[in-house]
Design a binder for this molecule. Structure first.
Ligand code: ADP
Ligand code: MG
Length: 216
């Protein structure tokens, strides 16, 4: 078997591929995301994310030569402005902070990409004030970023590290099922929110799976 030769850097072309793959995943899973949100929210997470990511792809098409910082900030601003729900400002902040972390670099290496994802996570924490275990997207994003750091520190390739991050995100989303929601709309249900999977943690898993598929 020839060894898989991955690419260890992430530039604008790769970021564009990641966002387009995420948009496809969100579209493919929009009904599932909305069904999850119908159980503990207001049944709009799938349509929110599909509308937002379709607009992001439109921006990518309109500015194919944008540098990483501009590309990520445009994605973030587009999500903030096109998604009415809580998820718009949260995902928007995530990409805006990634864009700030990019600075003027043309490419991220693995460590810089992991640092940008962590900056995005910190933006979500600051903006949404959720903690781990509150049954939100933070419960998928935190273990994913931790797993990415750990795998890179162990010498894994970017591809393998992103696969580990995607697996950790899915496990984190699975672990939201028994939790009682303490943030967002689902928290209005109190104990009745237990027994359901968090929609935002589920879409965040798609974001990490899209990264593992399209980067590295
Ligand atoms: P809305 O709740 O406004 O209808 P969405 O349905 O699009 O927005 O998104 C709901 C998801 O947003 C939740 O499943 C949860 O993961 C995430 N979420 C809500 N509030 C917060 C918060 N304060 N911090 C982090 N994530 C949150
Ligand atoms: Mg909703």
């Amino acid at each position: 078997m020839p060894q898989e030769i991955g690419q260890e850097t992430v530039g604008s072309a790769e970021l564009g591929r990641w966002l387009r793959t995420f948009a496809d995943e969100v579209t493919d899973h929009a009904d599932e995301l909305t069904r999850l949100d119908s159980e503990i929210g207001d049944a709009d997470h799938g349509s929110n994310m599909r509308r937002g990511m379709t607009a992001v792809v439109g921006k990518l098409d309109a500015a194919p030569d944008a540098a990483p910082a501009a590309l990520l900030k445009s994605a973030g601003m587009t999500l903030v402005s096109t998604v009415g729900g809580a998820s718009g400002p949260l995902y928007g902040t995530f990409f805006l902070r990634m864009g700030t972390s990019a600075g003027d670099r043309a490419e991220f290496d693995g460590a810089a990409f992991a640092a940008a994802l962590r900056a995005g996570l910190e933006g979500v924490l600051t903006r949404g004030k959720a903690q781990l275990g509150d049954k939100t997207m933070v419960d998928a994003l935190t273990p994913a970023v931790d797993a990415l750091d750990a795998a890179l520190a162990d010498g894994a390739s970017l591809k393998d590290a992103l696969r580990a991050a995607a697996t950790a995100a899915r496990e984190g989303a699975d672990a939201t099922v028994p939790l009682v929601a303490r943030k967002g709309r689902a928290s209005y249900l109190g104990e009745r929110s237990a027994g359901h999977r968090d929609p935002g943690a589920t879409s965040t898993t798609l974001l990490l799976e899209a990264a593992a598929e399209s980067l590295g």
